[in-house]
Design a protein around this ligand. Sequence first.
Ligand SMILES: [Zn+2]
Length: 58
Amino acid sequence: MSVNSQKFNGKPACAEKPVAFPAEMTCPHCGALVEIWNDEYEASCPLCRKTVYREESW
Ligand SMILES: [Zn+2]
């Protein structure tokens, strides 16, 4: 079962300027680099598969 399922609505990628950008976090469990997008507050570590939460507040 795939964890990350991305949906595409068929819109051209350049039609709207996306404001989403990944923030790089360090996994507190294994120290791997985890990217958390700015419209999400948690992500799964690609290495240990544990949940990494964003630390910074918006
Ligand atoms: Zn990890």
